[in-house]
Design a protein around this ligand. Sequence first.
Ligand SMILES: Cc1cc2nc3c(=O)[nH]c(=O)nc-3n(C[C@H](O)[C@H](O)[C@H](O)COP(=O)(O)OP(=O)(O)OC[C@H]3O[C@@H](n4cnc5c(N)ncnc54)[C@H](O)[C@@H]3O)c2cc1C
Length: 392
Amino acid sequence: MSASTLSMDLGRDFSEIRDAVARICIGFPGEYWRRLDEARAYPEEFVAALTGAGYLAALIPQEYGGAGLPLRAAAVILETIHASGGNAGACHAQMYVMGTLLRHGSDEQKERYLPAIAAGKLRLQAFGVTEPSTGSDTTQIKTRAERDGDSYVVHGQKIWTSRALQSDLMLLLARTEPASATARRGEGLSVFLVDLRQAVGNGIEIRPIDTMINHNTTEVFIDGLRIPADALVGQEGQGFRHILDGMNAERILIAAEALGDARYFIDRATRYARDRQVFGQPIGANQGVQFPIARCHAETEAADLMARKAAALFDAQKPCGAEANMAKLLASEACWHAAEACFQTFGGFAFAREYDIERKWRECRLFQTAPISTNMILAYLGQHVLGMPRSY
Ligand SMILES: Cc1cc2nc3c(=O)[nH]c(=O)nc-3n(C[C@H](O)[C@H](O)[C@H](O)COP(=O)(O)OP(=O)(O)OC[C@H]3O[C@@H](n4cnc5c(N)ncnc54)[C@H](O)[C@@H]3O)c2cc1C
């Protein structure tokens, strides 16, 4: 194999993991997720079951008590949860936030946190990047961390920090140098591992945001939070670069969730189209019902190929920014189209909560917006991959 070729598995890779995760998911049927959705509650039992079986420690190296699996295996875990009708949004951050800690954390930080995370005693589920006044323009964030002796003192605000109320630790991006003093965009930012157990009530206040899906997302107000200097992950001023690796992982994992949802919708739509009799025949015999579902299958298979390619590049530690972004773009659109086709196939019953279609339809809309919106991916492809002029 030459240096420029890369091999990747097609078909049902990691089938033991798929089967085992699917078995866990059987214990958490649509009714479970529906109840949580209504109560806007966190899936404690589901997260405990996944943690107990070791799946949330998939990416933690074995020396720290994890499974030491490749990113592709983590993607398979998340895809399976979504294809089973569940939602991994409650716990996926532990997988993609991990990359920053693994690649840039000190040995001391890894020894202090990773075994406890792998054992399920600590949750690293919160990632505080987005701010209300800067949105997608991450390099311009305003939350600042100022060095004061052996500590940093942090002031600022984050928004859409999901699971901050359920997590023990939060990876926080803050400015340690004014933007005006840095030579390049993205410099002067640093990443910190904040212990929320000590921080809440001592400089951090967390307020839930009422959203159209059950995503446990919050606003985080930071006022004079004092954190020890050794909470800094990696090099001061290089935080943006440190989270970028994690962002590629995040896009690949979110693509996997979207693909799981797409498969869920296609499976539900296909079965319903075969069974539902109207005008004396199954509705799926009509091309107006059948073709949209068939098209979604083709789109999903194509997106799956890109997602596998992105994961294979990531796992081979090769550049994968373009592929990770394309995978997330294609999978989020394939899954939305599948959601729409399924919704239409179910007719009026799509609106009945007990069928779960409307819940999954609402949930999967998120993938076109977060963790990065479609336009920002297109801008990245247009400008960084195709070399067209910058728009911002
Ligand atoms: C449920 C949920 C959970 C989230 N969880 C987290 C989390 O855990 N941690 C975290 O840090 N963030 C999180 N986010 C934030 C998410 O990443 C952002 O919402 C997303 O990146 C978009 O930012 P914004 O909402 O500020 O939109 P804006 O940046 O205000 O953009 C609004 C629209 O304008 C478009 N736009 C903006 N600039 C341009 C441009 N130059 N060219 C073309 N189009 C442009 C965007 O594509 C978008 O469609 C979450 C969001 C949601 C909704």
